[in-house]
Design a protein around this ligand. Structure first.
Ligand SMILES: [Zn+2]
Length: 224
């Protein structure tokens, strides 16, 4: 593995992190993630293409908007860097199984929505789940797909069970169970529950978005 290729994975990760940061910021304000294009939050000027390169633009622009000089928060830089490190960690998965890697990217998008508004558009999971089942058809996968589609097409979010445990969380678990093995899913759910409980105790929160913990747990096992 050459340094150039590893750097490419890292930089792709920073681009994805930059996108996820935008998703987080706009979703929590109920704004579209597509329009308007990237702009300064203070003067609202559209950012030129040369200030859209993750990490580099932040350093070259001395952490300031090129129009009004407002200081740009380092939060986006931290998210971009973390995402770059995760892509670097998962680079073997990208090379060996692009479908699994893309599926984890999709779940990272749902995790970002969950972090922002504690809801996520899990119907997006139906597309990769459908193609995976077609390409790897057996009765177990078909049953898992049916369960997933049943939950996606019905809203039980306000029922007693799902008022504590989000329906979206179960849909992500079913999706991972379809893609990976049952034993790996059980281990990952066990670890993510532990991480979420630990976080609730430390930060004294009554509820936490669970999809980010699920994703973290699967990232521990899957790239191996
Ligand atoms: Zn500005």
């Amino acid at each position: 593995m050459t340094f150039t290729l590893l750097f490419l994975f890292f930089y792709l990760g920073t681009c994805w992190g930059s996108f996820l940061f935008l998703v987080y910021e706009r979703t929590r304000l109920s704004l579209s993630i597509a329009f308007p294009s990237s702009h300064c939050d203070f003067c609202k000027n559209k950012l030129p293409y040369w200030s859209l390169f993750p990490i580099f633009s932040y350093q070259i622009g001395h952490h300031r908007c090129c129009f009004c000089g407002s200081v740009i928060s380092a939060q986006s830089l931290r998210v971009e860097f973390l995402s770059g490190i995760i892509f670097l960690y998962c680079h073997q998965l990208f090379l060996e199984n692009l479908f699994f890697a893309a599926s984890l990217m999709l779940v990272s998008y749902l995790a970002t929505e969950d972090l922002a508004i504690k809801r996520s558009n899990t119907s997006l999971l139906a597309i990769p789940a459908f193609f995976y089942t077609i390409l790897n058809f057996d009765l177990t996968n078909f049953f898992a797909l049916l369960c997933l589609l049943f939950f996606i097409s019905n809203d039980f979010e306000n029922t007693f069970f799902f008022s504590k445990f989000g329906q979206g969380d179960l849909e992500v678990i079913l999706f991972f169970n379809l893609l990976f093995t049952f034993s790996l899913t059980v281990r990952a759910v066990f670890i993510s529950s532990g991480l979420a409980l630990f976080s609730m105790m430390i930060f004294k929160n009554r509820s936490v978005p669970f999809i980010p913990y699920l994703l973290t747990s699967f990232l521990i096992f899957v790239p191996k």
